[in-house]
Design a protein. Structure first.
Length: 487
């Protein structure tokens, strides 16, 4: 088997036994990137030299007996995490040449844990999108079918993991951007509780919703990566000052006797029938593991998408005001005066979807509309969170599909923003409520495309969710199937 296809857990066992070196592993990954990235476009930049140097250093540390949990494991970062040694573009022309002067906390923590960062993955511009088609660097192809999207906005990370261009990757999730692409590419992806992982140095889209998390080949790997990423950070005022549990150790706990809520509102008519069938089959597996399922109600679910697009756009319009062409972003040529510099730099630097969000956000925050839209959305956000609170008084976790459909075709939803926004109908409520949620593969449709399901936990309930996901993967092998890449 190609070493690049290994999970983090399997590769670290081989590294520990001395049956594989980090250099060999990293070379295998770099070779895979060279052969397949021209077709997939999953990476915006690859740091071959830096990765090989880090791999050699990891092997040396291992020889000295100084290992940390990720020593020598090659992973990829979504190009939204600042890296001092590599450009950080956020998928935008605005930041096409941005070399950050510092590392994100996530970057630093992963490096300290010993990870080898092979490159930065493609993404929707400023993480706005569900298909990776808004990237300035071109669309990413889904490795299961190159005519389809990998989902978004962490589509590059999802495609890279699914096609073995890295062992695991990091994504971000504001409204579904880890879970929806994980689902469409047949991998596991975890959005942690808001505040569990530091946002410092993670380029801001909607600050009250953004959260970084692992995208991996197994739930076990998600626990391993989360362990390295999570924790309080004084540099992020919204980070939670709570100790980090031992996620990988807790995975081994029995799930028998746990209660899983099934919300009727998440099993809607517009859903692809095979998605429903796959989730129904997963429920049977959970029953066989000694888990009880109970109906729960999340009555404000239908308001999640409009509420999200008001709040996320409002925050984006404020966060993106900093890109003015003066300090570090794209600057237009030969500006006549300062106003002209601002106007033209922003007009040239941002793509159409980002402009749509800035306009929408500015509108809902403007005086006269603030109460009708923004303030109202904040109230509905509370009701959505209250629905989940009530559900978690009865159950340990909630089970839903991750996405109403499997991977759609490139171009299929680009002309209709509302259609695109509905891709995240099952993932967005979780962000509004700040909860942890895991997507993991649970089937394939008739075209052979992966289907994902979502396990949602209470605040800081990463462990129960990971335990349930891991138990499911011990009992099934959907997570072992791999795409065969053909034109
Ligand atoms: N697709 C959603 C949006 O376009 C969510 C994106 C995300 O989670 N970053 O806003």
């Amino acid at each position: 088997m190609d070493a690049a296809a290994l999970t983090l857990a399997a590769a670290s066992r081989l590294l520990a036994k001395g049956e594989l070196s980090s250099l060999e592993l990293t070379q295998a990954v770099l070779h895979r990137i060279k052969t397949l990235n021209p077709r997939l476009n999953a990476f915006i930049s690859v740091d071959e030299e830096g990765a090989l140097a880090a791999a050699r250093q990891a092997d040396e540390q291992r020889r000295q007996g100084e290992t940390t949990p990720l020593t020598g494991l090659p992973i990829a970062l979504k190009d939204i995490f600042c890296t001092r040694q590599q450009k950080t573009t956020c998928g935008s022309r605005m930041l096409a040449n941005f070399q950050p002067p510092y590392d994100a906390t996530v970057t630093r923590k992963l490096q300290q844990a010993g990870a080898v960062i092979v490159g930065k993955t493609n993404m929707d511009e400023f993480a706005m999108g569900s298909s990776n088609e808004t990237s300035w660097f071109g669309p990413v192809k889904n490795p299961w079918d190159l005519t389809r999207t990998p989902g978004g906005s962490s589509g590059g990370s999802a495609a890279a993991v699914a096609a073995d261009l890295c062992l695991a990757a990091i994504g971000t999730d504001t409204g579904g951007s880890i879970r929806q692409p994980a689902s469409l590419c047949g991998i596991s992806g975890l959005k942690p509780t808001y505040g569990r992982v530091s946002r410092f140095g993670m380029i801001a889209f909607a600050s009250s919703l953004d959260q970084g998390g692992p995208m991996t080949k197994s739930v076990e790997d998600a626990a391993i990566l989360l362990q390295a990423m999570a924790g309080h950070d004084a540099a992020d005022a919204t980070s939670i000052p709570q100790p980090v549990p031992d996620y990988p150790a807790l995975l081994q706990q029995s799930v028998s006797g746990m209660r899983l809520g099934i919300p009727a509102e998440y099993f809607t008519d517009g859903m692809q029938p095979e998605v429903q069938q796959a989730v129904d089959a997963a429920i049977q597996i959970f029953h066989s593991l000694g888990i009880t399922t109970v109906p729960v109600s999340l009555p404000h679910t239908s308001y999640a998408v409009p509420t999200y697009y008001i709040i996320a756009s409002a925050e984006a319009s404020s966060n993106l005001a900093r890109y003015d062409g003066v300090r570090f972003s794209h600057r237009c040529q030969e500006a006549k005066d300062l106003a002209d510099l601002y106007f033209r730099s922003r007009a040239e630097g941002f793509g159409a979807e980002v402009k749509r969000r800035i306009m929408l956000g500015t509108y809902v925050l403007s005086s006269g509309y603030y109460d009708a839209y923004y303030r109202k959305a904040q109230k509905v956000r509370r009701l959505i969170a209250d629905d989940f609170d009530a559900a978690f008084r009865q159950v340990d976790a909630v089970l839903t599909p991750t996405s109403p459909t499997t991977a759609f075709r490139i171009g299929e939803r680009t002309d209709d923003p509302v259609q695109m926004y509905l891709s995240d109908i099952f993932t967005i409520g979780v962000n509004l409520a700040g909860l942890p949620a895991l997507s993991l593969p649970c089937g394939r449709d008739q075209a052979g495309l992966p289907i994902g399901m979502q396990l949602i936990g209470p605040p800081l309930g990463e462990s129960p969710v990971l335990q349930l996901g891991h138990a499911f993967q011990q009992a099934t092998d959907w997570h072992h199937s791999k795409p065969v890449i053909v034109e």
